[in-house]
Design a binder for this molecule. Structure first.
Ligand code: PEP
Length: 253
């Protein structure tokens, strides 16, 4: 079953300085003035940690919510040079956190570390955007479902509040490449992911499952008929107000 809310999440990665707030201002202005935008749509932006505090203050009570892209895997404070904990992120106003992005998995995040990040972040009252996705090799060998199942089951547990979790299905071969999955494959995969989640949480409804990977204003309309997809995680196109607004409006218009 599809969720009522459709999410548009923009992951800025290593991009942005204080004045980049003009990008978000334009997106915020657009959604405030667009009659088709309503409470069924949710916009979350994950800027770098350096901008979380100022952006969170600026956009409190606005259509845009702010999240973080990652955190250290354990403890609130510690002797970990250059690291930031989920408590520190929450303390400056973030409401969401991405956990398990393939960029971080490729840099060494293990399932054990990801579970610890989820636990700590939930404890510190952040909502989780948990990323999963197969690589090109897995896809070629028809191992997609096996890989996704393992990524989910190794990290998520029934004890976590399923209402605080969003899943982003991001095939690694699709991120930043301009390639997107066939609609039929994406639908099957999304339904498969929801089945696993319902089983873990013992609920009749699943947490939202979003799609991420090369989404832009042109291809987003191909996902319109796939109601099971509860929104999008957007990388590259989220750094331009025009491209991000195009995704939103071409999806619901
Ligand atoms: C991402 O990095 O999570 C992502 C989806 O990037 P892009 O939209 O650029 O493929």
């Amino acid at each position: 079953m599809a969720n009522n809310m459709k999410y548009f999440i923009g992951n800025w990665k290593m991009f942005g300085v204080p004045k980049s707030i003009t990008i978000l201002n334009k997106i915020n202005k657009f959604v405030k003035n667009d009659r088709k935008f309503n409470k069924k749509y949710k916009i979350i932006i994950t800027p770098p940690d350096t901008l979380i505090e100022s952006y969170s203050k600026y956009f409190s009570n606005q259509a845009i919510s702010i999240g973080a892209q990652n955190c250290y895997y354990k403890n609130n404070f510690g002797p970990n040079t250059g690291s930031i904990s989920s408590l520190m992120i929450k303390s400056v106003g973030a409401q969401y956190i991405i956990v398990g992005h393939s960029d971080n998995r490729l840099e060494g995040d293990t399932d054990i570390m990801l579970k610890s990040k989820v636990e700590n972040s939930l404890h510190n009252k952040l909502k989780i955007i948990f990323c999963i996705g197969e690589n090109k090799e897995d896809k070629k060998k028809n191992k997609t479902f096996k890989v996704l199942k393992k990524q989910i089951e190794n990290v998520l547990e029934k004890k976590f509040n399923y209402k605080d979790i969003i899943i982003a299905y991001e095939p690694i071969w699709s991120i930043g490449t301009g390639k997107i999955p066939e609609a039929e494959d994406l639908l099957k995969t999304t339904i498969f992911i929801k089945k696993i989640l319902k089983n873990i949480f013992k609920k009749s409804n699943s947490p939202p499952v979003l799609y991420g990977g090369s989404v832009d204003g042109d291809n987003v309309s191909q996902f319109k008929s796939l109601n099971e997809i509860d929104g999008f995680l957007v990388g590259g196109a989220s750094k331009s107000e025009k491209k991000f607004i195009d995704i939103i409006k071409n999806y619901y218009r």
